[in-house]
Each structure stands twice: as structure tokens, then as C-alpha cells.
Design a protein around this ligand. Structure first.
Ligand SMILES: [Zn+2]
Length: 267
């Protein structure tokens, strides 16, 4: 057991904490509990209705209790966070308090909606099914489902590799037998020219994913989740950059072609 776990802030409890996960504040942490329920400090998070990040503040009706243990007891407490751009944009949270043990038992919008905004850009470089599974993985992890989220991440990873294989096997001198026999790390090496550098250098990532599904506990998967997610994002970042470069090249080609044909007809 850890000595005293650090209590979540209002933002952490609302935005990052899975539903139903309990946190028990110690008596010395009454002020931290008070802050979760009554703080009006600004929270910078995604606003689904603005479709961008915004600053939220808790909207409190009536008096704010001054006693630091005002939240302790047996009750339900709710929080409404209002978007500073538009007061009609609101986030709702419902908490169950049993003595000093607090549990988030409801919220709107969903955790998944609040946690997937930063990956939306990747829909441009992922097939629709993979993109859906990527957001599903994030949603599951946000709800405390570690192993399940790894299943989706591993599929996305395998699909990235397979897409590269589909182009690579047309290459001259391609060794399909070696590829067929190879383990994932060896396959990735064979595909080096067709996969983002980051993935080739960190080909052991797949091992973590597989190990996660077979050997790691929910907690271990959840702890590894941000790292693996970041690895996949780096691969997708490279794909986004390559797509942007390709688009620019084509624009430039067209523009140059336009100049050349103008020059040849003009004189
Ligand atoms: Zn808003």
C-alpha cells in the first residue's frame, strides 16, 4: 500500500477519473475534498460544443460552505461546470459521498467524449474502423478498462503494419517467406522503408501490447496505456506529416505546371 495517495483535484476527478472509482480522503485532506466540490478555479478542458478547448468554472448556486468538511457525510453532490465562451455549454458531474469516500457516479458528456478530442485529427490517416477502435480504446482506458483497451490498440498496430506490407510485397526482391515466418519485430524490420521510423525503432512496443493482453493486470495495462497510445500517435503524426507534404508537393507541381504553360503561351 502507498503511504497516503495524492487526492485528485477537481479537474482530475471530473475529467480524468473513471466512473465509480473510489477515493477516500483522510481527515487531513478535508480541504482537498472541499476543493473538488466547491472550488471555482478555472479548468482548461475540451468543450464538445465549442469543439475546442475552453476555460470552465464551477457554477455554484447559493452560498459556498465555509467549513472545509462541509462535503463529508452521506450524500450526493453535483457539479456543473460552465464554459467561459458560452454559459449554455455545461458539463455535469454527480458524486456519491460516504463519509470521506467519494465516487463519481454520473457525468455528461461522457468521459470518452471529453478524452478523445485530441485524437480527432488522426481520422485523416486511419481507416474509419481503426479510428473508431482507437477512440474506443481511449474510452475504455478512461473507464478503467486496461486489458480491453490494449486489444484495440494491438489491432490498430497490426493494421498499420499490414498496410505497409500490402505496399512492400510489390517491391522488387521482397522476401515473402522471411516475412511470413518472422515474428512481429522481424516483420517490422523487413518493412523498414515502408513504416514510420519511430515504429521501426520501437518495434518492441508490440511486445508490450501482446504481453498486456496475456500477462499484465488491469492496473499495469492502464499504467502503460499512455505510453503505448503516445507511440501509436507518433506513428500517426508521421503519417499526417507525410500526407501534408504530399499534398504540398502536388500543389507545387500544379502551380509550376501552370507557370510553365503560361510562359510558353505568353511568349
Ligand atoms: Zn464551449
Amino acid at each position: 500500500m502507498n503511504a497516503t495517495p495524492t487526492p485528485p483535484t477537481q479537474q482530475e476527478f471530473c475529467i480524468a477519473y473513471p466512473l465509480y472509482e473510489e477515493f477516500t480522503f483522510t481527515e487531513g485532506q478535508d480541504e482537498k475534498g472541499w476543493e473538488v466540490f466547491f472550488s471555482q478555479e478555472p479548468i482548461d478542458t475540451y468543450c464538445p460544443e465549442c469543439a475546442s478547448n475552453s476555460i470552465f468554472r464551477q457554477h455554484v448556486t447559493g452560498d459556498i460552505p465555509r467549513y472545509l468538511d462541509a462535503w463529508v457525510g452521506y450524500k450526493r453532490l453535483s457539479l456543473v461546470l460552465k464554459c467561459s465562451r458560452n454559459v449554455d455549454h455545461r458539463l455535469f458531474f454527480l458524486f456519491k459521498v460516504s463519509e470521506r469516500t467519494v465516487q463519481k457516479i454520473g457525468q455528461y458528456p461522457s468521459l470518452a467524449d471529453l478524452n478523445t478530442y485530441d485524437v480527432r485529427q488522426y481520422s485523416a490517416v486511419l481507416p474509419l474502423e481503426d479510428f473508431k477502435e482507437f477512440t474506443k480504446a481511449i474510452g475504455l482506458a478512461a473507464h478503467g478498462v486496461g486489458v480491453g483497451s490494449f486489444v484495440y490498440l494491438r489491432r490498430i498496430f497490426e493494421n498499420l503494419v499490414d498496410a505497409a506490407y500490402q505496399t512492400a510485397k510489390g517491391d522488387e526482391g521482397w522476401d515473402d517467406e522471411a516475412y511470413g515466418k518472422g515474428r512481429m519485430a522481424e516483420r517490422i524490420l523487413l518493412l523498414a522503408g515502408h513504416l514510420p521510423e519511430f515504429l521501426v525503432e520501437n518495434r518492441s512496443m508490440y511486445k508490450i501490447l501482446s504481453q498486456g493482453i496475456h500477462e499484465l493486470t488491469e492496473k499495469e495495462c492502464l499504467a502503460a496505456f499512455p505510453v503505448v497510445k503516445m507511440g501509436i500517435e507518433l506513428v500517426l503524426d508521421e503519417k499526417l506529416a507525410a500526407a501534408a507534404k504530399q499534398q504540398k508537393l502536388e500543389q507545387a507541381k500544379k502551380a509550376i505546371h501552370g507557370l510553365v504553360s503560361k510562359a510558353s503561351t505568353g511568349h
